[in-house]
Design a binder for this molecule. Structure first.
Ligand SMILES: [Zn+2]
Length: 277
């Protein structure tokens, strides 16, 4: 399991993993009028050092220069949309030296929907056990990552800012990081995969055994790739709970992101700062 965690070739997994996303849960939720959209800096900025905050600012500006945003289903992309998405995504890339590396090269375009969106049905897919699957119903998604693109539901971006346990921006850009290395699955590019493989492999196996975990989204049991994305979401949205129930995983992610979130008291849901960015 541990060895398999990072050695699966993308060629064998891309069709199954890259496009597999969580089903949407709030299609009926009211979409905010677009004139009410204001840029919000993520509350997690408070966890960063002054140096990291400066790097985050630099990375966010670079993201805005390099990435193309496309509004979908009637959404008119504004500066507020772009700044908010860029700010959340760049929380993943404030490590020392990150500014000298490419920034999400696997996500050149960001497609933004007002809310959860429908994708065409998947025909003639082959399941992991070799069975042919035929699904005639459109699938509801809140986000997905495909070649060169990240697709997001704006309503769910706002939910993440408000403290929801799901952070679709973190999730999909974690997929984008994962896809930068074609020889690994469930890991962003890094120098040493040894400890990563050990900890993530053990925690992934644990989640597959216990389908009702206290912190991690059970969706993470789908695959090592989804586990990495779900773990990253928990790190940024529920750090205290993650540290309490998955200490080794929390420590591993804190070292990777070079971020130490607060873990005292009970900040299991972050309060939004509402700060303009
Ligand atoms: Zn995913």
């Amino acid at each position: 399991m541990v060895v398999a965690f990072i050695t699966a070739l993308l060629a064998a997994t891309v069709a199954v993993l890259v496009w597999r996303q969580r089903r949407a849960s709030r299609l009926d939720e009211e979409v905010l009028p677009q004139e009410t959209v204001t840029a919000q800096a993520p509350a997690q900025l408070d966890w960063l050092s002054a140096e990291q905050q400066a790097r985050w600012q630099q990375q966010t500006q670079r993201f805005l220069r390099e990435k193309r945003f496309i509004g979908c289903a009637g959404l008119q992309v504004t500066a507020a949309h772009r700044q908010t998405v860029a700010g959340l995504a760049c929380l993943l890339r404030v490590q020392a030296g990150a500014e000298a590396q490419s920034l999400f090269p696997a996500a050149r375009e960001i497609l933004l929907y007002p809310d959860a969106f429908l994708v065409p049905p998947l025909h003639e897919a082959i399941s992991e056990d070799g069975l042919e699957l035929v699904d005639d119903h459109p699938d509801e998604r809140i986000g997905e990552h495909g070649p060169g693109q990240v697709v997001l539901s704006w309503a769910d971006v706002e939910a993440a800012l408000a403290g929801d346990g799901v952070n679709v921006v973190i999730h999909e850009f974690a997929h984008a990081l994962d896809s930068e290395n074609p020889n690994t699955e469930g890991a962003p590019p890094m120098a040493d995969y040894g400890e990563w493989s050990t900890v993530m492999g053990a925690e992934f196996a644990r989640l597959r055994r216990h389908r009702r975990p206290p912190v991690l989204d059970p969706y993470g049991a789908e695959s090592p790739a989804e586990f990495w994305c779900v773990a990253a979401e928990a790190f940024f949205q529920q750090p205290a709970a993650l540290a309490k129930h998955h200490a080794a995983l929390f420590a591993l992610l804190a070292r990777y992101f070079e971020i130490t979130p607060p873990t005292e008291t009970h900040p299991e849901r972050l309060a939004p700062t509402g700060t303009a960015a």
